[in-house]
Every structure is written in structure tokens, then in C-alpha cells.
Design a protein around this ligand. Structure first.
Ligand code: ZN
Length: 198
């Protein structure tokens, strides 16, 4: 009897576990396409974003299903779909309609590889920018601790290591908060990029 009871409980829990599994799978594969595209600066209109949302839920969706979901005519969703295909964000597959032999059905999917590639590209660009900023910050090797003026190596040498503003002796520039922040951010991005499979 106990066994039967346990089985019942198990059977009831099964759908829950499945939903959790799906959620996990989604999380592992998850990239919020719209957020990524906004970040990359690819402004999409409201309709395109709605289409992306409907494509995100499934592997492949027929044109009819997309139109139905958005309460639109198939002809009206086609144009934005092709625009997404042109940008490489969506792809389609042609299949013969089993009911009408001479017709084709179009099944659309989100090109998640392309989108995660965009994430990588964006992060690489960001990393490059931060590295340049860091080089810029680090080029001042000396500073005047009284008036905070910073000096390049050659400038300090030319000035005999004396501040041109106040005459104080120049000292080795300290690592600034900005430098520390940049270094942390650079390290974070570098490890992220190594983790992201290309
Ligand atoms: Zn000074």
C-alpha cells in the first residue's frame, strides 16, 4: 500500500519535474535575443521583437502559427520575417505542404548561434575598448602628489622630476581607482570570453 501511495505521488510530480528540466535547458541555452540585439544597437521595431519572442519559444515555427499568435495575416508577418533572415537573426526551412501539393510551408527558427556570436563580438569590442583605456591610464608614470598633475615618463625626465606647476618632486604614479576598476572589468570579460564557446 505504501508503494502504491509513493507511486501516485511520483506520477503527480512528474509534470513539475519536466517543466523544471525545460527551464534548465532553456537557461543553459539561454540568450535573451532581444536584449542582445538592443545592446548591439540593432534597433528592431515592435513587430520584429514580437516575432522574435514567438520564435524563442520553439525550435521551429510555421509562418501560419506565427501569424495566428500575433493575430495577423501571414502576408503581413512575411516581410519582417525576411528582414530578420537578411540580418541573419532568423532562418527558414521550406517544406512541401502535405495537403496542397504545389505549396510550400515555411518554418522559421531563431539563429541562436548568430546571436551568441553577436554577444561575443560585442564583448570583444568592449574588452578592446577597456584595454585601450587602461593603456591610456597607465601611460602617466609620474605624478605630483601636491597638485595631482600627471606626467609621462619623458615629461618627468625633461622636468628633472619636478612639478612644472608647484615645483614639488615627482613620484611614481599610484595605481588609481580607475585603473583598478578597469583591471577588474578586463579580467571579468576575459574569463567570460574564454568560457563562451565560439
Ligand atoms: Zn605640483
Amino acid at each position: 500500500m505504501i508503494n502504491v501511495g509513493k507511486k501516485k505521488v511520483k506520477a503527480k510530480q512528474r509534470p513539475k519535474t519536466k517543466a523544471k528540466g525545460n527551464q534548465l535547458a532553456r537557461k543553459l541555452f539561454n540568450i535573451n535575443a532581444i536584449e542582445v540585439l538592443r545592446k548591439v544597437g540593432w534597433g528592431l521595431d515592435e513587430l520584429s521583437e514580437k516575432i522574435i519572442k514567438s520564435l524563442e519559444k520553439q525550435k521551429s515555427v510555421s509562418e501560419d502559427a506565427i501569424a495566428r499568435r500575433l493575430k495577423m495575416r501571414v502576408n503581413d508577418v512575411r516581410k519582417p520575417l525576411y528582414a530578420l533572415a537578411e540580418k541573419g537573426i532568423a532562418t527558414y526551412e521550406k517544406k512541401r505542404d502535405p495537403k496542397k501539393k504545389w505549396w510550400y510551408l515555411y518554418f522559421w527558427s531563431l539563429n541562436k548561434e548568430r546571436i551568441s556570436g553577436l554577444v561575443r563580438e560585442t564583448k570583444l569590442k568592449e574588452l578592446e575598448k577597456l584595454r585601450k583605456q587602461l593603456d591610456e591610464e597607465r601611460k602617466y608614470e609620474f605624478e605630483c602628489r601636491s597638485c595631482q598633475k600627471k606626467y609621462l615618463h619623458e615629461e618627468a625626465l625633461e622636468a628633472d622630476y619636478l612639478c612644472s606647476e608647484c615645483g614639488s618632486t615627482l613620484e611614481t604614479a599610484r595605481t588609481t581607482v580607475t585603473i583598478k576598476k578597469l583591471e577588474i572589468e578586463i579580467r571579468r570579460l576575459e574569463s567570460e570570453l574564454e568560457l563562451t564557446p565560439n
